[in-house]
Write a protein that binds this ligand. Structure first.
Ligand code: PLP
Length: 416
């Protein structure tokens, strides 16, 4: 329930239980694999018996692996954008929501509702709002940076009403995150409004994300007898860390490669060996505009804070906006597929791996959002329109309702 530990640090599992491939024999559905996969983390908790129900309620959409290309250049794409808000954040947000509503007493009348406060760079807020919309006993306050999210992302942050309060904050994502942290850390405000966080640093979002890496690598191993290698679009490193955890837990995963945008804190750390977080830069892949990736702390902990060891575990390559544009246009021209700017970073990194590495591996490019969410960037590059998936199209018809506020704690608490 508490996103960060009382000492300000991040929670991590004390142990990462090692599983065998055989334990998953005959289990194929994403929700069923997830329930089995997550079981050790829930043993002894009040949610243990509920875990299968949590997974079937929250993870009720496919995470398909699709094969692309021909001959030597075949690779797979893991499509994580088939949830209600068309980005991978649906996995963690829906799982967390399904567990939280089972813990908090949402039914009692006259009780102060729990308010979940979430700062978003674009996709998290929509996924969290969708996951809690019209849930009794819960409200959500979404803080997003005014003018820094795509129009369709903004619509997904603001179309809910009911128990969802959407605020455009004059500032950057970092300001939104600071406000959320300040509100949560202020004992009086936090107690009065029963505040709770749902940000991506919550371990309840990372764990279910590791389940799709388990599912994908098991499928590849069953079909080919070989381990899978992943290229992952990376910002705050929640998605990438989930893959590292899955490999540590015994899944058949070989290489893990991160693709970043012009926010190069992680690749710079790998080349220099020193960690220097900085302010974020706005890019086309805006959901990855993170200058101080929180989950790096967890990755460094796993590796005794030793940069050389981290280099053995993962690699990371930055991609410029210009290359993102070229990749989107080129992939569409050559293969007829439209990708979002985040996914494009990973495609570029994959296509530029040394040929020997590329051809010997069983590569999976992770697709984090549907291109239709970023229509204003992608469509002009294609010269074509992208049809939004049905659920996104339905949301786009709902009217938007939100207020614009300055980045001050007083202003946002007034809305509580
Ligand atoms: C959040 C997000 C990312 C970055 O994921 P992290 O877990 O923050 O590294 C990449 N692509 C999309 C579409 C996102 O919404």
């Amino acid at each position: 329930m508490s996103g960060t530990a009382p000492d300000g640090g991040l929670y991590v599992p004390e142990i990462l239980p090692v599983r065998t491939i055989d334990e998953f024999a005959g289990v194929e559905r994403f929700d069923e694999i997830s329930a089995l996969w997550l079981q050790p983390f829930f043993s002894g908790s009040s949610l243990q018996a509920e875990l299968p129900a949590v997974c079937s309620e929250a993870l009720n959409f496919p995470v398909p692996l699709k094969s692309i290309g021909q001959g030597n250049d075949t690779f797979s794409v893991l499509e994580l954008f088939h949830g209600p808000t068309a980005a991978f954040k649906d996995v963690g947000a829906r799982f967390l929501a399904a567990t939280m509503v089972r813990i908090i007493d949402t039914g009692a009348t006259g009780k102060t509702p729990v308010t979940i406060i979430v700062a978003t760079s674009g996709d998290t807020g929509g996924a969290v709002a969708a996951a809690y919309h019209r849930r009794p006993g819960v409200r959500v306050m979404v803080l997003f940076p005014d003018g820094r999210v795509s129009p369709r992302q903004q619509h997904q942050l603001t179309c809910w009403g009911d128990n969802i309060i959407s605020l455009a904050v004059r500032g950057e994502f970092d300001d939104c995150q600071r406000l959320a942290k300040e509100a949560l850390a202020d004992r009086e405000i936090s107690a009065r409004h029963n505040l709770c966080s749902a940000n991506s640093i919550n371990v309840g979002r990372l764990l279910p994300q590791s389940a799709y890496y388990a599912r994908a690598s098991l499928e590849i191993f069953r079909n080919s007898g070989k381990k899978a290698s992943f290229v992952i679009p990376t910002g705050n490193l929640g998605n990438g860390l989930a893959c590292v955890w899955a490999r540590r837990m015994g899944m058949p995963i070989e290489n893990i490669v991160f693709a970043t945008n012009a926010n190069t804190t992680i690749p710079d750390y790998l080349s220099s060996g020193s960690w220097s977080p900085r302010a974020s830069i706005a890019t086309l892949a805006s959901a990855m505009d993170v200058g101080n990736p929180s989950n790096m702390e967890r990755l460094r902990l796993l590796n005794d804070d030793n940069a050389e060891q981290v280099r053995q575990e993962i690699s990371a390559f930055p991609v410029t906006d210009e290359t993102i544009r070229e990749t989107i246009a080129e992939e569409y021209r050559r293969y007829g597929i439209a990708w979002c700017p985040h996914t494009a970073t990973a495609l570029h990194v994959y296509r530029n791996l040394p040929q020997s590495v590329r051809r010997t591996g069983n590569w999976v490019v992770v697709a984090t959002a549907h291109a239709a969410k970023f229509d204003t960037i992608v469509e002009p590059l294609l010269g074509a329109e992208i049809t939004p998936p049905a659920e996104l199209a339905a949301l786009l018809k709902w009217p938007a309702q939100y207020d614009t506020v300055s980045a001050s704690l007083d202003e946002i608490t007034a809305y509580l």
